[in-house]
Write a protein that binds this ligand. Structure first.
Ligand code: UT7
Length: 344
C-alpha cells in the first residue's frame, strides 16, 4: 500500500511587503532582517481574505495539478473534489475561534461533498502532522482513497506590527497536497510516496509561542476594552534553540533509522522560519546547506503553509524528479516538531 502525493498547489496573496517597507515604519532595517533571518519579503492577504479562502485556492490548484499531469481520470477540480474522502487542514489562524473548523469551510468552498473535514492545531508543524494523520486515516479504511492536506495562514492578523523582534518574521499564504492511496502488490512500488514520519512534542515549552487571549484559560470578558490586536508572543531565543535541536535530531534519526546516505538524499524541505536555524542544523549534521531548500527570502515564515508552498514550488519548477528522496522537517508552537520521509 502506498500513499502518493499526486497534486500540489499554493495560494500567495499578491500584496508583497519588502523589508524596506517595514523599515520605513518601524525601527529596523533590511540588513538586520536579512542577516538575522534570511527573510527579504512577505506577502500579506487583503482585508476580508481568511485562511479558508487561501486554503481552498491552494487545494483547487492541487486538484488541477493532478488533472493536468494525467494522474486522475476526473476532468475538472469540481469532479475531482467529489472523490476526496478527507480534508486535514492545519492553521494557527483559523477563520473562527474554536468552531467551525476551517476545513469545513474549505470543504464547502470546494464542493467536496463526500469529504470528512478536520483541523489540527500544532502551529508550524501542522503540515507534517497533517500528512501523517491523513495517510493513517486513508490506510485505516479501504473505502478511503484520497485526501487533501492543507496548511493555510493569515498570520498578518495576529501579528503585532509594532513589535520589531516579531513582526518581521511572518507572512500569509497557503499550500496544499492531494494524496492518494494505492493498493499494490508490486514490491518496488511499495517504496514510493510517504515512507516514514517522526512526530514529537515538548509541552514544557507551551509558553514560548503563544496567542494568550481568547481561550478558556484567558477568555475575553464582557465590557473589556481591547486596546491591542491579540498577537503572537514569542520567546525567540528559546524557540531558536529548540528548533536547532529538534531539526538536527529528527533529520539524524530519519537518516540513521532508514539507512539513508547523504548522497541518496535529494533535498531537505524545512519549515521556513529562519535561515540561521537551518544553517546551524546543517553544520551540526555536516549536511551541505545546498541540500536545504529555502524560500523564506520571498515568503517569510508562513507557519504550517511553508512546507507545502515549498513542495509546490519545487514540483512545478521540475526540481523534484520521480524517485527523489526528500525529507520535510519542522517545529512549531506547542512546542511540536516532526519530519516526513517521502520518495517523490
Ligand atoms: O515558526 C516558529 C517561529 N519562531 C521562530 O522561528 C523564532 C526563532 N528565533 C529567531 O528567529 C530569533 O531569535 C529572532 C530572529 C526572533 C531574533 O534574532 P536574535 O539574533 O536572537 O536577536 P535578539 O532577539 O537577540 O536581538 C538582538 C538585538 C537586540 O538589540 P540589543 O538589545 O542587542 O541592543 C534587539 O533589540 O537586535 C535587536 N532587534 C532588532 N533590531 C533591528 C530585534 N529585532 C530587531 C529588528 N531590527 N527587527
Amino acid at each position: 500500500m502506498t500513499i502518493e502525493i499526486i497534486g500540489t498547489g499554493r495560494s500567495i496573496p499578491p500584496r508583497r511587503v519588502s523589508n524596506q517597507e517595514l523599515a520605513d515604519r518601524i525601527d529596523t532595517s533590511d540588513e538586520w532582517i536579512r542577516s538575522h533571518t534570511g527573510i527579504g519579503n512577505r506577502h500579506i492577504a487583503e482585508e476580508g481574505v481568511a485562511a479558508s479562502d487561501l486554503g481552498a485556492d491552494a487545494a483547487r490548484e492541487a486538484l488541477l495539478c493532478a488533472i493536468d499531469r494525467g494522474l486522475v481520470t476526473e476532468k475538472t477540480p469540481e469532479e475531482l473534489a467529489l472523490t476526496v474522502d478527507l480534508i486535514v487542514l492545519s492553521s494557527a489562524t483559523q477563520d473562527f475561534f474554536s468552531h467551525p473548523a476551517t476545513s469545513c469551510i474549505v470543504q464547502h468552498l470546494l464542493g467536496a461533498k463526500n469529504a470528512a473535514a478536520m483541523d489540527i492545531t500544532v502551529a508550524c508543524s501542522g503540515f507534517i502532522y497533517g500528512l501523517e494523520t491523513a495517510a493513517a486515516m486513508l490506510k485505516a479504511d479501504f473505502r478511503r482513497k484520497r485526501a487533501l492536506v492543507i496548511g493555510t495562514e493569515v498570520l498578518s492578523r495576529i501579528t503585532n506590527w509594532d513589535d520589531r523582534s516579531n513582526c518581521i518574521l511572518f507572512g500569509d499564504g497557503a499550500g496544499a497536497v492531494l494524496i492518494e492511496k494505492n493498493d499494490t502488490s508490486n514490491q518496488n512500488a511499495g517504496q514510493t510516496g510517504l515512507l516514514r514520519t517522526i512526530l514529537g512534542s515538548d509541552g514544557s515549552g507551551w509558553e514560548y509561542l503563544i496567542l494568550r487571549r481568547g481561550g478558556s484559560r484567558n477568555p475575553w470578558k464582557k465590557g473589556e476594552v481591547v486596546e491591542e490586536v491579540p498577537a503572537i508572543a514569542m520567546n525567540g531565543q528559546a524557540v531558536y534553540n529548540f528548533a536547532v535541536g529538534v531539526i538536527t535530531e529528527t533529520l539524524a534519526r530519519i537518516m540513521k533509522e532508514e539507512n539513508i546516505a547523504l548522497e541518496d538524499l535529494a533535498l531537505v524541505i524545512p519549515h521556513q522560519a529562519n535561515a540561521r536555524i537551518i544553517q546551524a542544523a546543517a553544520k551540526r549534521l555536516k549536511i551541505p546547506e545546498e541540500k536545504f531548500y529555502l524560500n523564506m527570502e520571498e515568503y517569510a515564515n508562513t507557519s504550517s503553509a511553508s512546507i507545502p508552498i515549498a513542495l509546490d514550488e519545487l514540483n512545478r519548477s521540475g526540481k523534484l524528479k520521480k524517485g527523489d528522496l526528500i525529507i520535510t522537517v519542522g517545529f512549531g508552537g506547542g512546542l511540536t516538531y516532526g519530519g516526513n520521509l517521502i520518495r517523490w
